[in-house]
Design a protein around this ligand. Structure first.
Ligand code: PGA
Length: 255
């Protein structure tokens, strides 16, 4: 059984005081919740105070990015070891804002993913098509490439521990959510790609989150689809109240 995973991606938001307040609020709304895994990914500079604010809670700490080298002359970069050192369990790799705003390639994302696994950090591999790619009928080709290139050189055993986040770029921060049918179609397709790369058992073990304007109003319908195993939540994770409602919807999905 795949455990539903609801993770907040705070992006480049909050200041230190707001990050700590949001962490305390997130810890409170996740209290006592066992059926659903909850995570939060604050900006790098607030990881430590957020880790302290989350101590004793059941919220897993994650980073929004990382670099693949362990240490050395890589000005401005942060290694997987450093993230583990401040209490991270997860790191997002290949978020669409890094692919399309910063210009990260599939090859770089793959190196980051492999470095995360080697260090013992759980990668959340983001994949998803642009609007023009969807309109050109290229969704499956793009998503297949992101998954295949992202997991290059990763064993079946390690792949089973990777979280994939399907985030159609046209739905991120736009208020436009993929319909549950549109999302489920792509999630099912991704599971098929995983089965082709590995085997059915590995494909069945990988959790595939949906991301893109997830909010309390649409969370239940999305997460109740068979291949949607949680959500990567941007905007709605910046308020503990709305994030808490999404967590409660996830619990409701578990029955
Ligand atoms: P959003 O962001 O929920 O604000 O659309 C999701 C994400 O980019 O992870």
């Amino acid at each position: 059984m795949r455990k539903i995973f609801v993770c907040g991606n705070w992006k480049m938001n909050t200041d230190r005081a707001a990050a700590v307040e949001l962490a305390v609020g997130t810890g409170a709304v996740a209290e006592g919740i066992e059926k659903v895994e909850v995570g939060a990914c604050p900006p790098f500079v607030y990881l430590l105070p957020v880790a302290e604010a989350l101590a004793g809670s059941n919220v897993a700490l994650g980073a929004q990015n990382m670099y693949f080298e362990a240490k050395g002359a890589f000005t401005g970069e942060i290694s997987a070891g450093m993230l583990l050192d401040v209490g991270c369990r997860y790191a997002i790799v290949g978020h669409s804002e890094r692919r399309h705003v910063i210009g990260e390639s599939d090859e770089l994302i793959n190196r980051k993913l492999r470095a995360a696994i080697a260090a013992g950090l759980g990668p959340i591999l983001c994949v998803g098509e642009l609007l023009k790619e969807r309109e050109a009928g290229e969704t499956e080709a793009v998503v297949s490439r992101h998954v295949t290139e992202g997991l290059k050189g990763v064993s079946a055993e390690d792949a089973a521990c990777v979280v994939v986040a399907y985030e159609p770029v046209w739905a991120i921060g736009t208020g436009k959510t993929a319909t549950p049918d549109q999302a489920e179609d792509v999630h099912k397709f991704i599971r098929g790609v995983l089965a082709g790369l590995y085997d059915d058992k590995t494909a069945a073990a990988v959790r595939i989150q949906y991301g893109g304007s997830v909010k309390p109003e649409n969370a239940y319908e999305l997460m109740s689809r068979p291949d949607i195993d949680g959500a990567l939540v941007g905007g709605a994770s910046l308020k503990a109240d709305s994030f808490g409602e999404i967590i409660r919807e996830a619990v409701r999905v578990c029955g």
